[in-house]
Structures are given as structure tokens and as C-alpha cells.
Design a protein around this ligand. Structure first.
Ligand code: NAX
Length: 331
């Protein structure tokens, strides 16, 4: 039987962790025939709850689940890890300064980067979910120089999937008929959801919907603000959709995107024309295809002036976050 893949989930006692672990164990991330060992990390105040999650996973008797390491010790958690899903972090609460949040996350991601660098398997793939996701991923990458830069990504697949969902609702076509939308930039409200190259049932989205004012206005806002809308409705932030998107992100990265289809991933910009002029070294969401476990940015898309402005605006926010993180690191 094949050797199990070791999947780390940090923040595993939280809401997303609780939704994600069962999906991974059902094969949604790596396939229905790939055995898994789950590594679950949380912090000491959540230790009892973490053990409870591990108990439930045992009780679910998943055929694919070959072992569970549930721990509050980051070094133990990172040992022999092949896929690391970083959900734990310090999210911004009401009234908190951005810098204060950033400083807490710099500390967390520095520490976890070193643990992964020391203990994870060579070729370990990382996806950062915890906000500010792009900048946390950048910090992790900088502090784990032995992990190839291409192996550290952040999650914008939820935003991508939200955009697919909105087009599906608007047109009445099933979501499986919608493809090739793009999320550019930051996983924040400055992200640019772009439908200019997307299709629904084989037709360009713009012609199928026939309402540019909607696509340039309400559509963009709805995708950008969807997280807040879920919080308003549920009094809790997105969890099942976030977990499902993490599985989509990793599955496409490892197993490849479908022919003729791309997805959105936050990846480190290689700079230059291949990166649509986005500064080298920013952790920026691009349209990507994946094959053989590697992503590549979709080349040669025509960018109009309106898109250029929106892509640059979200890049500017990321530059500012990067500068803030660097300042905190230097201090
Ligand atoms: P929860 O607060 O339910 O869970 C977070 C868990 O992380 C807690 O159990 C906490 O104890 C743990 N934790 C905190 N510091 C840790 C550390 N240093 N090491 C390990 N674990 C640690 O939040 P949840 O709703 O699960 O959301 C988790 C993160 O995902 C948040 O930062 C949130 O902002 C972010 N999100 C990102 C999304 C994306 O698309 N990139 C969408 C969903 C989500 O909002």
C-alpha cells in the first residue's frame, strides 16, 4: 500500500480546522486512494479542544487516516510533513491596529517557518490561510530559506470560488460550467476579481451576462466583501467554504489543473513581464495552471487599463504590508 502523505493543519482546533480535517480524511485534498497521517497543531489554551478533535477523527474511523499527531509543540507537529496548511494565526479583531496584528503574526510565522525548515520533508508544500495571508506567507518563506520559494503559497482559492459562484448565480448556469475567472493580488478587500478572460458554458462571461456595469461594480464588491457578508449572516466567519477551497488549492497544485482551465493562487512574484509587471518578491495572487506539482502563471493575457489600475492598487497594498513586516522584523 502507498506510503501515507503527512498533512499538517495549524490552528486545528479552530473553525476552519474542524471543517478541514474531515475533508482531508475523506480524500478531498489528495484523492480517494491516498492514505493520510494528520498532524494537528494548536496552542496550549486550545489543547483540550485539540484533543477532542483528534478523538472525533478517531471515532469517524476514516479508512484513509493512518495516524494522528495532535500536539501543541510546533517542532513535533512539523516532523516529516509533506503538506502544511497554516490556518493558525492572530486575526485582526475590532479596533485593533494593523501593525499590532502584523507584529503578532511576524512572531508566529517566524517561529513556524523555522520549525518547518528544520523538520518538514524536502519538497514540502505550504499554503497559508491565516490573515493577513499573503504577508504571513511571505514571512514564512523568508524565514524558511531551505524551502523553495515556489513551495510557499497563500489561499485565494476561496475568493476565486466565490467569483465562480456569483457568475453561476447570475447566469443560472451550474458552477461547473464557469471557469477562468481570476483573483489578482491580496486576499483582502483590495483584491481584484477579474472576469475578462472567463467563460460560462463556453461563452465569454461578459457577453453571457451582458451587463458591464454589474460586472465592474456590484460583482467585484460582492466577491471582495463576501467574507464580511458571511460573518454578518452566520455571526462566524467562513469555515466550510474556506476548508473546501484549501482542498481545491492543494489538489490542483499536486494533481494538476484541468486542461484549458486555470485557478488563482497567491504565489511569490517572479517579476517582469511573465508576472504582468508585478514587482518581484511580492506574494501576489495570479492566474496559474499546475502540472507535475508546480504552478506557472498563465502567460499572455491582455490587460486593459482598468484592470491594470486595479492590479497595481492591490500590489501597492501588499508592498505596504511587506514594508511594515520588514520594519517589524528589523526592530
Ligand atoms: P479560529 O479562531 O476559529 O481558529 C484559529 C485557531 O488557530 C485557534 O484554534 C487558535 O487557538 C489557533 N492558533 C492561534 N495561534 C496559533 C499558533 N501560533 N499556532 C497554532 N495555532 C494557533 O479561526 P478560523 O475561523 O479557523 O480562521 C483561521 C484563519 O483563517 C484566520 O486568520 C482567518 O482570518 C483566516 N481566513 C482566511 C481565509 C482565506 O481565504 N485566506 C478565509 C477564511 C478565514 O477568514
Amino acid at each position: 500500500s502507498p506510503t501515507p502523505v503527512h498533512v499538517l493543519i495549524t490552528g486545528a482546533a479552530g473553525q476552519i480546522g474542524y471543517a478541514l480535517a474531515p475533508q482531508v480524511c475523506r480524500g478531498a485534498m489528495l484523492g480517494a486512494d491516498v492514505p493520510i497521517v494528520l498532524h494537528l497543531l494548536d496552542i496550549p489554551p486550545a489543547e483540550a479542544s485539540l484533543k477532542g478533535v483528534a478523538m472525533e477523527l478517531t471515532d469517524a474511523a476514516y479508512p484513509l487516516l493512518k495516524g494522528i499527531v495532535a500536539t501543541v509543540d510546533v517542532d513535533e507537529a512539523c516532523k516529516g510533513v509533506d503538506i502544511a496548511v497554516m490556518v493558525g494565526g492572530f486575526p485582526r479583531g475590532p479596533g485593533m491596529e494593523r501593525k499590532e496584528v502584523m507584529s503578532k503574526n511576524v512572531a508566529i510565522y517566524k517561529g513556524q517557518a523555522s520549525a518547518l525548515e528544520t523538520h518538514a520533508n524536502a519538497g514540502c508544500k505550504v499554503v497559508v490561510v491565516a490573515n493577513p495571508a499573503n504577508t504571513n506567507a511571505l514571512i514564512l518563506s523568508n524565514y524558511a530559506p531551505k524551502i523553495p520559494k515556489e513551495n510557499v503559497t497563500c489561499l485565494t482559492r476561496l475568493d476565486h470560488n466565490r467569483a465562480l459562484g456569483q457568475v453561476s448565480e447570475k447566469t443560472g448556469a451550474p458552477v461547473s460550467e464557469v471557469k477562468n475567472v481570476i483573483i489578482w493580488g491580496n486576499h483582502s478587500s483590495t483584491q481584484y476579481p477579474d472576469v475578462n478572460h472567463g467563460e460560462v458554458s463556453g461563452m465569454p462571461i461578459r457577453s453571457a451576462i451582458g451587463d458591464d456595469a454589474y460586472l465592474d461594480g456590484e460583482f467585484v464588491k460582492t466577491v471582495q466583501q463576501r467574507g464580511a457578508a458571511i460573518i454578518a449572516a452566520r455571526k462566524l466567519s467562513s469555515a466550510l467554504s474556506a476548508a473546501s477551497s484549501v482542498c481545491d488549492h492543494v489538489r490542483d497544485w499536486v494533481n494538476g489543473t484541468a486542461p484549458g482551465t486555470w485557478t488563482s493562487m497567491g504565489v511569490v512574484s517572479p517579476g517582469g513581464d511573465d508576472a504582468y509587471g508585478i514587482e518581484e518578491g511580492l506574494m501576489y495572487s495570479f492566474p496559474v495552471t499546475c502540472a507535475n506539482g508546480r504552478w506557472s502563471i498563465v502567460p499572455g493575457l491582455k490587460i486593459d487599463d482598468r484592470s491594470r489600475g486595479l492590479m497595481d492598487a492591490t500590489a501597492a497594498e501588499l508592498k505596504e504590508e511587506k514594508a511594515m513586516a520588514e520594519e517589524l522584523i528589523a526592530a
